[in-house]
Design a protein around this ligand. Structure first.
Ligand SMILES: NC(=O)c1ccc[n+]([C@@H]2O[C@H](COP(=O)([O-])OP(=O)(O)OC[C@H]3O[C@@H](n4cnc5c(N)ncnc54)[C@H](OP(=O)(O)O)[C@@H]3O)[C@@H](O)[C@H]2O)c1
Length: 282
């Protein structure tokens, strides 16, 4: 598996396996074991997904050594703040049965429209994560769904810069995200793309389908390769082994400049990325 290097010089696999909507159950343990067997070395979960136990069980059962796997999870939004972050991280680590997490992220910033003291909440959360990092329990710190406003605010108090910002990205919303992508890249924050296959509509788009035909690849492979060529790590989720395999089979073709440009400028077919300024969830 190809790796990217983060701003802390640690390596991160170029493709991750997404686990949102996989329930906490033995079938999910098997799905993750299948993904590891197919070659995924990076797994993305979150407290909010409610499946950290199954993800942890799969990692412990996997024949692949722990240090060859890259495990990311995210703080639940109800647990932001210094003490509650420490507590919820401890819960996650215990439920997963792991000794450390490779990448721990704030799932969603405390939003300016919802909390008067949003800057303080995010700063306190980050300070707790820095402590866990210094104790060796987290290898890299990251954020998710942070726009420039939240990254700028965090910068004022952070001692450790975020290594990663995980954002919504798929063909059709590149132009919405372009300034954030340029900002993150300029500041050395590696981007990972969630929902890289978008809503089903993206995979059925005529433009994506005709590009897929030209390269002899599937529409999903075009979406994922487009991310990689932007230097962004895609996090596709699939429950089926055939699709897991397909979503890793991206290294025998390159999208040409014209096709990259075409995909960058595709009209949006799904929903706009949500903005933390006016959106909050638990
Ligand atoms: N940080 C955040 O706020 C946030 C938000 C959303 C998601 N995420 C992360 O990002 C991951 C991916 O996002 P996502 O789950 O929303 O969506 P996604 O990966 O863009 O799409 C998943 C859907 O595409 C289907 N699919 C997968 N591979 C395919 C292929 N080769 N051909 C056709 N269909 C295919 C899957 O069906 P099957 O399973 O049936 O194959 C599933 O219905 C999540 O699992 C999660 O880890 C993070």
């Amino acid at each position: 598996m190809l790796n990217f290097t983060m701003n802390n010089q640690k390596r991160i696999p170029a493709i991750a396996f997404g686990t949102w909507r996989l329930p906490d159950c033995p079938e999910t343990v098997q799905t993750i074991l299948n993904a590891i067997r197919e070659g995924y070395r990076s797994i993305d979960t979150a407290a909010k997904y409610g499946n950290e136990r199954s993800v942890g069980a799969a990692i412990r059962q996997s024949p692949v050594a722990r240090e060859e796997l890259f495990i990311a999870t995210k703080l639940r939004n109800t647990q932001r703040g210094y003490d509650s972050t420490l507590r919820d991280f401890d819960r996650a680590l215990t439920e997963m049965g792991l000794e450390y997490i490779d990448l721990y992220m704030i799932h969603w910033p405390a939003s300016a429209d919802f909390y008067d003291n949003w800057e303080q909440i995010n700063a306190d959360t980050w300070r707790a994560m820095e402590r866990l990092h210094d104790e060796g329990l987290i290898r890299s710190l990251g954020v998710s769904n942070f726009t420039q406003r939240y990254l700028d605010a965090l910068k004022k108090t952070a001692n450790i810069a975020p290594a990663v910002n995980q954002i919504s990205l798929h063909p059709g919303i590149y132009q919405n995200q372009q300034s954030l992508i340029e900002y993150c890249t300029g500041h050395g924050y590696l981007l990972t793309a969630y929902s890289p296959l978008g809503a089903g509509a993206v995979l059925q788009s005529d433009s994506i389908c005709s590009i897929a035909e030209k390269y002899g690849k599937s529409p999903a492979q075009i979406c994922l390769k487009w991310c990689l060529q932007h230097g962004i790590i895609p996090l596709p989720k699939s429950s089926t082994v055939e699709r897991m395999r397909q979503n890793l089979d991206l290294f025998d073709f390159t999208l040409d400049k014209e096709d990259m440009h075409l995909i960058d400028h595709m009209a949006n077919l799904g929903s706009e990325p949500r903005n933390p300024d006016n959106c909050d969830f638990d």
